[in-house]
Design a protein around this ligand. Structure first.
Ligand SMILES: Cc1ncc(COP(=O)(O)O)c(C=O)c1O
Length: 469
């Protein structure tokens, strides 16, 4: 096959997939063993056979989960924006590393432009930023920068000769912070889980008491993460009392906005959920979640100049690769990164931003919130359903009621499985106050009120079918 034919075949497949992705079921569901058989991965192929190659592509698409389907309600992302898909394709076509200006000149300038735009939006007037591979890594890099800022000799001496360092998170914070504490050598005993209140926010009195106890015992609190939209419940930690505590215990205040961070696009939602964000020390947000940019697309922003990040990360002989910028300007973004090779994630980010603009993304986020409000109202009206916890923001945690002699967790797990196996809906679950909840998240612009109605009706119908057997 000639390259032109290959590209035209690919374009045809891509457009067919896009057209069909919201039709039929969200997946052709098969158990792993059966899927293994259907895929026939050991099938022999003559080298260089393009027909065979397209056979594999078609097979992949046939059994892949259609994440853009309205039945895919499982995760914090669904499908992807078309402009960012174009960006992904062009990045793959040009295949370079966004590590240095000389290999990725346009991408470097686009990333810098986007970071500056985000710093202005957040209000970090003097700031530095970096695209990372996701909020898990962004949380870790923020913890690393805070650790190195508070323990200036840690780079040379490790944690061996330091005061005992302690980090603090909401007990409902994302597990990436536990992993960060592990990777950075703090250990889980030094990551204090602060109890959450009835709204899923860190209990400030409990935090203050623990800070005091640790300081009195000779320890050093160095890092507090506020979660802006917790993974299961959607709680937003309140920044104002944390900022007040920071004046007494000079910790680094990081805001994990992986999920709820996009409220900053909307003035109304920012005022409601993230007032005073501009006074935090660092902030991360995933564009690959609510804003819909293709996976992965994350930004980590910090107050201060580039030495905050550069100082935390630089180590070893980098002279073979990086070139000095003029007058202290960062020329190569790899100097601020954990990685050497870096995917070009900036093009899709830039294209989405130019195509939708802050205004478009603000309306999108507001629209998702309105749909969550609608879903909560519908759940409260249906006798078979109940909220497991009041809705705090974008997460609707609910369940089908169970009869007295049945464990609600069992019933709801079976409802979820049945809908999944039928290829109808994939919905997430999580525990709130020890109770299993179905976690409805809306991150698909194709989902409207009628889809919410249909989903809730299917949960009820499936629950009734299970109870009748
Ligand atoms: C609150 C929160 N923080 C961090 C993460 C991790 O983000 P990523 O998947 O980009 O690593 C998640 C993912 O769900 C999250 O919900």
């Amino acid at each position: 096959m000639e390259p032109e034919q290959i590209f035209s075949r690919l374009a045809q497949l891509a457009s067919q997939y896009r057209h069909e992705q919201s039709q039929g079921t969200y997946v052709a569901y098969l158990e792993p063993g059966e899927l293994q058989q259907r895929l026939d991965l050991t099938r022999e192929q003559a080298p260089g056979d393009w027909e065979e190659l397209f056979h594999w592509v078609e097979t992949y698409l046939r059994y892949a989960v259609k994440t853009g389907h309205p039945g895919y309600l499982n995760r914090m992302w669904a499908g992807a924006n078309l402009p960012s898909i174009i960006g992904e394709m062009v990045s793959a076509l040009t295949n370079t590393s966004a590590c240095t200006f000389e290999t990725a000149p346009v991408s470097t300038l686009m990333e810098k432009y986007m970071i500056k735009t985000m710093l202005n939006l957040v209000g970090f007037s003097q700031g530095v930023g970096q695209m990372t591979t996701g909020s898990s890594n962004a949380n870790m890099i923020a913890m690393l920068a805070a650790r190195n800022h508070h323990a200036q000799t840690v780079k040379q001496q490790g944690l061996f000769k330091q005061k005992e360092l302690f980090a603090f998170v909401n007990e409902e914070a994302h597990y990436s912070l536990d992993r960060a504490a592990n990777i950075l050598g703090l250990g889980s005993d030094h990551l204090i889980k602060v109890p959450a209140d009835a709204h899923g926010c860190m209990d400030i009195q409990a935090l203050e008491d623990t800070l005091q106890r640790i300081v009195q015992a000779g320890g050093q609190p160095f890092f507090v993460t506020a979660t802006a939209g917790s993974t299961v419940r959607g709680g937003f930690d309140r920044l104002q009392p944390l900022l007040q505590l920071r004046t007494r215990f000079p910790f680094w205040l990081h805001v994990d906005g992986a999920w709820g961070g996009p409220v900053i696009f909307s003035e109304t939602l920012r005022t409601r959920y993230l007032p005073l964000l501009e006074q935090a020390d660092s902030f991360t947000m995933d564009f690959h979640k609510m804003p819909g940019t293709a996976l992965m697309c994350n930004v980590l922003l910090m107050r201060g100049n580039s030495s905050v990040l550069r100082g935390a990360l630089s180590a070893g002989d980098e002279s073979y690769i990086f070139r000095e910028g003029s007058e202290g300007e960062v020329r190569d973004l790899g100097t601020l990164s954990l990685q050497c090779g870096r995917r070009v994630d900036s093009l899709k980010w830039f294209l989405d931003w130019k195509f939708y603009g802050q205004e478009g993304l603000a309306r999108r986020v507001e629209g998702y919130l309105a749909l969550c409000e609608y879903a909560e109202a519908q759940i409260k009206q249906q006798a078979e359903l109940e909220m497991v916890a009041p809705r705090e923001s974008f997460n609707v945690c609910f369940r089908h009621r169970a009869p007295q002699n049945m464990d609600p967790a069992l019933l709801n797990t079976r409802i979820r499985e049945k809908m999944q196996q039928q290829g109808r809906y994939l919905v997430g679950t999580g525990f709130v106050n020890g109770q299993l909840a179905l976690r409805l998240l809306v991150t698909n612009t194709q989902v409207g009120k009628a889809d919410i109605d249909e989903f809730l009706a299917t949960v009820v119908r499936t629950g009734q079918e299970i109870l009748a057997t």
